[in-house]
Design a protein around this ligand. Structure first.
Ligand code: TMP
Length: 392
C-alpha cells in the first residue's frame, strides 16, 4: 500500500440536508512494479458513481469546451465520407458537437442518463451504457468499425482495463486511432496533487503504464502529448500494432518518466510522505485563521476537494460554504464534510476573508473572471501545487 486517505464518501455524492450520506469506502493506493500502474485499491461500484444524477457537465467550463474543440480537430479524419467517430464517456456532447456539425457519423457512449439526455437535446447521437467488449461488438455490427475513438478523463474510471482494451481492439478500424487523455501521474507527483485520487480515478496513468497495458492486446502506444488541462494531463495515442511508427516525442517522455522514477515504488512512498506533510500544513493554516476570527469559504466544489476535505478532516466548522457554478451541486452539501454549496452570485452577499481555490485546475479562467468582481479585501488560499496565501 502507498497512501491511506481513510474512509471516503463518493466524490460526487452531493446530498441535500437530511439525505442519507453514510456510504464510505477505504481510499488507499498501490503501485505495480510489473505493469507500472498506480491505482486505488478499492473502488465503489461504478453504478454508484455514474447515474442519472451525475452532477458534472463538461460545458460548465468554457476553457474545457474550447480544449475539446481543438482536440477533435487535431485528430479529425479526412475525408468526412464514411468515417465513424466514437466517444467513450461523451458527457453532454461537448466534444462530439464538432463531429455532428461537420457531418461525421458519430456515437457517444456514457453511463449517466442525465448527461446523455443533454447531448441528445443538442442533436448528438448518444447512448446510455458502460463501454465494454460486448458493447463494442454490438456497435461494430450496427455501425461498422470506428476511424477514431476519443475519450477524455474517462478511461481512468473504467475498473476492467483488460475488457476495455479488448473492446478498443474490436471497435478500432485497422488504420484507426484511439486517442484519450487523462490526469497525468508525472504531474501529480510533481505538484503533490493528491486530490486527483478519488473513486472515479481508479488509475492515474503514465506513458509507461499505458504502453504496458495495451501492448497485451496487440495495441501500441504511438504518441504522447502533455496537456495543461486538469492540472496536468497526458494525451495517449494508440494504434493497432505495427501500423504506425512511435514518435520521437513519445520516446523522450518515456525516458523522462524513468528519470523521474515513475517505475519504482520508492518514488510513491516519498509521495505518500509528502501528502501527510501537506495535510498537517493545511490543517494548521486553516485552524489558525479560524481561531483568529477569519471567515473562510471554498471556491469550486470539485470532485477532487472531497479527498482533501475528508483526508484532512476539514468540515463546516472551518469552511462556511463553497461557491460553485454547477446548478446540480447548489443547495446541497459537500460529500462527507457537509459544507453547503451556493452559487457564486449568492456568495457575493457574504464574501469571506479567504477563498480557498479548490478548483485550482481552472485557476486561469477563475482569476480572469474574478479580477473584476472580487474585492481586494478577500484573499485567496492556494493549495496546489503549494499551500500559500495570495492577496490581491
Ligand atoms: P473539475 O475540476 O472536475 O472540472 O470541476 C470544477 C468545478 O469547479 C465544477 O464543479 C465547476 C466549478 N467551477 C466554478 O465554480 N467556477 C468556475 O469558474 C469554473 C471554471 C469551475
Amino acid at each position: 500500500m502507498i497512501n491511506d486517505f481513510g474512509p471516503m464518501p463518493i466524490a460526487n455524492s452531493f446530498r441535500k440536508e437530511g439525505d442519507e450520506d453514510s456510504f464510505r469506502y477505504k481510499l488507499t493506493t498501490s503501485f505495480c512494479e510489473f505493469c507500472k500502474l498506480f491505482q486505488i485499491n478499492e473502488n465503489p461500484k461504478v453504478e454508484q458513481m455514474f447515474h442519472d444524477a451525475y452532477p458534472f457537465f463538461t460545458s460548465t467550463s468554457k476553457s474545457m469546451v474550447s480544449h475539446f474543440s481543438k482536440f477533435f480537430e487535431k485528430f479529425m479524419p479526412s475525408p468526412v465520407g464514411d468515417s465513424f467517430i466514437v466517444e467513450i464517456g461523451s458527457n453532454d456532447g461537448s466534444l462530439l458537437a464538432q463531429a455532428k456539425n461537420m457531418g461525421f457519423r458519430h456515437l457517444g457512449i456514457d453511463p449517466s442518463g442525465n448527461v446523455v439526455e443533454r447531448a441528445k437535446s443538442h442533436g448528438i447521437n448518444a447512448i446510455c451504457a458502460f463501454f465494454s467488449e460486448k458493447l463494442a461488438s454490438e456497435i461494430v455490427s450496427d455501425h461498422g468499425k470506428a476511424t477514431r475513438i476519443y475519450a477524455a478523463n474517462v478511461i481512468c474510471h473504467i475498473p476492467d482495463l483488460h475488457d476495455l482494451a479488448r473492446g478498443v481492439r474490436e471497435l478500432l478500424a485497422p488504420e484507426g486511432l484511439f486517442v484519450f487523455e487523462e490526469p497525468y501521474l508525472g504531474s501529480m507527483l510533481e505538484k503533490i496533487s493528491y486530490d486527483q485520487i478519488y473513486d472515479e480515478h481508479i488509475y492515474i496513468f503514465s506513458g509507461l503504464s499505458v504502453q504496458a497495458v495495451f501492448a497485451e492486446y496487440g495495441l501500441q502506444l504511438v504518441d504522447l502529448e502533455k496537456q495543461g488541462t486538469h492540472g496536468g494531463s497526458m494525451r495517449y495515442v494508440i494504434a493497432h500494432e505495427s501500423t504506425t511508427t512511435p514518435s520521437k516525442e513519445m520516446l523522450g517522455i518515456l525516458k523522462r518518466e524513468k528519470e523521474q522514477g515513475l517505475n519504482t515504488t520508492e518514488t510513491y512512498l516519498e509521495f505518500a510522505n509528502e501528502c501527510e506533510k501537506r495535510k498537517s500544513q493545511l490543517r494548521e493554516l486553516l485552524i489558525g485563521l479560524t481561531e483568529d476570527g477569519n471567515r473562510i469559504a471554498g471556491y469550486g466544489a470539485t470532485s477532487k476537494s472531497t479527498t482533501i476535505l475528508n483526508y484532512c478532516h476539514i468540515g463546516n466548522e472551518i469552511i462556511e460554504y463553497f461557491c460553485d457554478t454547477t446548478p446540480e451541486k447548489q443547495g446541497k452539501l459537500t460529500p462527507g464534510s457537509r459544507i453547503p454549496v451556493i452559487s457564486r452570485e449568492a456568495a457575493q452577499d457574504k464574501l469571506p476573508d479567504y477563498f480557498i481555490l479548490f478548483a485550482w485546475n481552472h485557476a486561469e479562467e477563475i482569476m480572469r473572471l474574478e479580477s473584476e468582481r472580487m474585492p481586494s479585501s478577500v484573499a485567496w488560499i492556494n493549495i496546489i501545487p503549494k499551500i500559500e496565501i495570495v492577496s490581491k
